[in-house]
Design a protein around this ligand. Structure first.
Ligand SMILES: Cc1cc2nc3c(=O)[nH]c(=O)nc-3n(C[C@H](O)[C@H](O)[C@H](O)COP(=O)(O)OP(=O)(O)OC[C@H]3O[C@@H](n4cnc5c(N)ncnc54)[C@H](O)[C@@H]3O)c2cc1C
Length: 312
């Protein structure tokens, strides 16, 4: 049964952001896959988050926080609740000199990594080339501890500003209050929105920063199927095996294997690509197939890096 969203329609006048009813989530995921949400809300700040909390409590609907949807597989039936998209929560970037050439760079959660990297290259802020080619938001980068062969986000994070959607309190996490592991944070309490992140950086010649970002992007283009929608790496590299996830998929002979319009990419077998019109159920079948066969045939437990939304 569709949830009753009457409260949101009635009180829409006091919301500063945008409300979209019956919104297809295909428009909000890199995969271009997923059914609708009865309401997608794009809040403009904490006051809007408080408003959303009131409506959610009143209506008894479920909710989900969405960044730029680059690490997300949404069910074909969608999500029967309120999707809260962070793209306008905080869009500011500031830099404060600390000592010598050192800087503290603050990024709002809503900034796309690609926009931020353009700014970092322009200004000559070092260290961020490790995020080159990661297509998410700066908030999503913290939640996922995103990174590349050059390093992980957590190496540069000085502090994180959050808003708790249960207690409606802001909280600041300093360096010694945070913990991360591979593609995961271990410190954010449930219902936390990452609002902004403070990064340690230093001044460097802008042309050096630009070159290093460009090299990383070139490397990715030549090794990853960037021409098709995907969620990036599907599986985490399995700990303690000495193997990379793509080697496991290759070991099972699944490179190029297809279900419907979803395929383990020929170019990089830890990417499942959408060849055009793929369904979430097809992507999920490939994931389950690889997990089952890795466990049965190789004794390896594959764990997903991609997050799921909705029922499968
Ligand atoms: C082509 C491609 C290449 C990729 N390459 C890489 C790579 O090299 N390295 C890498 O680490 N990742 C990679 N990824 C995965 C993805 O880009 C990262 O995980 C990214 O950090 C996700 O950010 P997002 O804003 O898109 O988050 P989403 O996909 O929207 O969400 C991911 C999770 O974070 C939560 N979330 C997002 N924003 C917030 C917030 N502000 N507050 C609280 N929770 C939030 C969501 O609820 C969800 O659980 C790739 C993805 C694609 C499509």
């Amino acid at each position: 049964m569709a949830p009753d969203l009457g409260w949101f329609r009635e009180h829409a006048g006091s919301f500063h952001g945008e409300l979209r009813f019956d919104e297809p989530l295909t428009r909000h995921t890199y995969y271009r896959i997923g059914g609708p949400a009865p309401l997608l809300a794009i809040p403009r700040g904490e006051a809007d988050l408080r408003w959303l909390r009131q409506g959610i409590d009143h209506s008894g609907v479920d909710w989900f926080v969405l960044g730029l949807g680059s690490n997300l597989l949404v069910s074909d039936s969608g999500f029967p609740g309120v999707v809260i998209k962070t793209s306008r929560l905080d869009q500011e970037i500031t830099a404060t000199p600390t000592e010598g050439e050192s800087l503290l760079v603050r990024t709002g959660c809503s900034i796309a990594v690609s926009s931020f990297l353009r700014r970092a290259a322009q200004e000559g802020w070092s260290g961020f080339e490790r995020l080159a080619g990661v297509p998410g938001s700066m908030g999503g980068v913290v939640v996922m501890n995103a990174g590349t062969h050059l390093g992980e986000a957590c190496d540069l994070i000085e502090s994180v500003e959050t808003f708790n959607f249960s207690s409606l309190q802001s909280r600041y996490f300093s360096r010694d209050e945070m913990a991360f592991e591979y593609r995961r944070n271990l410190f954010l309490p449930a219902a936390s929105f990452v609002m902004a992140v403070n990064w340690r950086s230093a001044r460097q010649d802008p042309s050096v920063v630009r070159k290093s970002i460009d090299e990383t992007l070139e490397r990715r283009k030549s090794t990853q199927p960037v021409d098709y929608p995907s969620c990036g790496s599907v599986f985490k590299n399995p700990a303690g095996t000495g193997m990379r996830a793509w080697q496991v998929v290759d070991g099972l002979g699944l490179r190029g294997h297809r279900v419907g319009n979803a395929q383990f990419a020929e170019k990089h077998s830890n990417f499942i690509i959408n060849l055009g019109g793929a369904r979430a159920s097809e992507v999920r079948s490939l994931i389950e197939l690889a997990k089952r066969r890795a466990a049965d045939e190789l004794g390896i437990r594959l764990e997903e890096e991609v997050h799921f939304l909705g029922s499968f």
